[in-house]
Design a protein around this ligand. Structure first.
Ligand SMILES: [Zn+2]
Length: 408
């Protein structure tokens, strides 16, 4: 009972890995689809099975560890296997109230050592964190990697086309290779059930348990073919945030290893404002436009310039004297007055995100010099955003529904 086992691993068209598996017991509550795929823009025929299995394993292991389920496989990369206890330790330290179990059963370990070519690559979404990591390691990074099926859904063709074009532009502009991965790694899992069954006040399964190791392991076949020695994944948070739970964390990411490729969770020491300052300074120094992609509501891969995250990023850019149109914010809402109005009357804000902007506003301006449209924020801080009428109505409705229906 509660076993998951591999039926077949195959390569299609030289570039696509397909893994068919089957399962019993509780696995069926958490996994939708018995066929996993990941597709690359390079040929991966010569990747051994012991590495081809890693992209799937990276997404299943947190489920197995948390719910005491078994995974049975024939062969696995020795290095990946040997580092797993440290990855698991990262989860255990982050979630001390859960009991984890390691039930991975492997018949044979394979050594996939090779001589490193010293190629360094980084995950690249086009967001602030990714750009910061890419630009600050600009001299050593020679490839960027983007995943279709992560932020952009597999059915969002228009969104992906825009992302692909933006990644291609970055790759050409900076003379680096691009690795493109398409995978159903999110869709194979029943994330509704996984998120519902969490016993702590976190976000979703994706945020809390999946996206660090889930994304990183997709690169195992590429790392083998391209002989990558180091893979960067940009941090979303900073080390000074207390009691944060997130699947992408140095205590987890830094211990994912395949053959000789190490992983570095990068930028954990810098907050978002410091990263944006670095990006603005870089853009000025080298006279380059930088197409940031930060929006989390618009389909189509472009910034809406209206949502909280767009407003937050634009505010941060303006505070560092960045010209918005040079950073991918190009529509009629991209100006200080409209951003201030959106935040004052429509959006809500997390103190952890907006307190940094409030501090920066105070550093830069006095009561007299602060732009008129931002005086209310200068004076009232983050709570003055969350006092707006629309947000208060939304919050009250949400609490009401939660109480009456109990389903939120
Ligand atoms: Zn937006």
């Amino acid at each position: 009972m509660n076993d998951l086992w591999i039926k077949k691993i195959s390569i299609k068209d030289n570039k696509r890995i397909e893994i068919e598996f089957d399962m019993s017991g509780k696995w069926k509550r958490y996994v939708y689809n018995k066929k996993f795929f990941c597709e690359y823009n390079i040929e991966i025929n010569s990747v051994p099975d012991s590495l081809m299995i890693i992209p799937l394993l990276g997404n299943l292991l947190p489920i197995a560890w948390l719910y005491n389920l078994n995974i049975c496989i024939d062969v696995l990369d020795k290095s990946f296997y040997e580092y797993l206890p440290k990855v698991l330790q990262g989860y255990e330290n982050m979630y001390p109230n859960y009991q984890f179990h390691n039930n991975l059963k492997v018949k044979c370990l394979e050594d996939n050592d090779y001589i490193n070519n010293k190629i360094e690559a980084c995950f690249f979404s086009g967001g602030v964190d990714a750009y910061y990591t890419f630009l600050r390691h600009r001299n050593s990074i020679s490839a960027i990697t983007t995943v279709w099926g992560s932020d952009v859904k597999l059915e969002d063709y228009i969104g992906w086309e825009n992302v692909y074009k933006a990644v291609s532009r970055t790759s050409e502009m900076y003379g680096v290779k691009k690795y493109i991965i398409k995978s159903n790694f999110r869709e194979v899992l029943n994330t509704d059930n996984l998120s519902y069954d969490l016993k702590h006040d976190g976000w979703s399964w994706w945020h809390e348990f999946q996206h660090g190791m889930g994304l990183i392991t997709l690169m195992a076949p590429v790392a083998y073919i391209e002989k990558i020695s180091c893979l960067y994944i940009a941090s979303s948070y900073t080390s000074d945030i207390k009691n944060l739970t997130c699947a992408s964390d140095p205590s987890i990411d830094n211990y994912v290893r395949f053959n000789n490729c190490k992983v570095i969770h990068d930028g954990f020491e810098s907050n978002r404002q410091q990263k944006i300052k670095y990006i603005v300074d870089y853009s000025k120094k080298y006279n380059k436009s930088i197409d940031l992609r930060v929006c989390w509501i618009s389909q189509g891969g472009k910034n809406c310039c209206v949502c909280e995250k767009c407003c937050r990023t634009m505010t941060a850019l303006l505070l560092e004297n960045g010209e918005l149109e040079r950073f991918g914010f190009n529509n009629k809402y991209a100006n200080s007055k409209k951003i201030a109005k959106n935040m004052k009357y429509k959006n809500s804000a997390l103190p952890r995100d907006w307190n940094i902007l409030h501090e920066r506003l105070h550093e830069k301006y006095t009561k007299k010099t602060v732009p008129k449209e931002w005086r209310w924020f200068y004076k009232g801080g983050t709570s003055s955003i969350n006092n707006n009428f629309i947000y208060r109505v939304k919050r009250k409705t949400w609490h009401f529904l939660k109480k009456v229906i109990g389903c939120l």
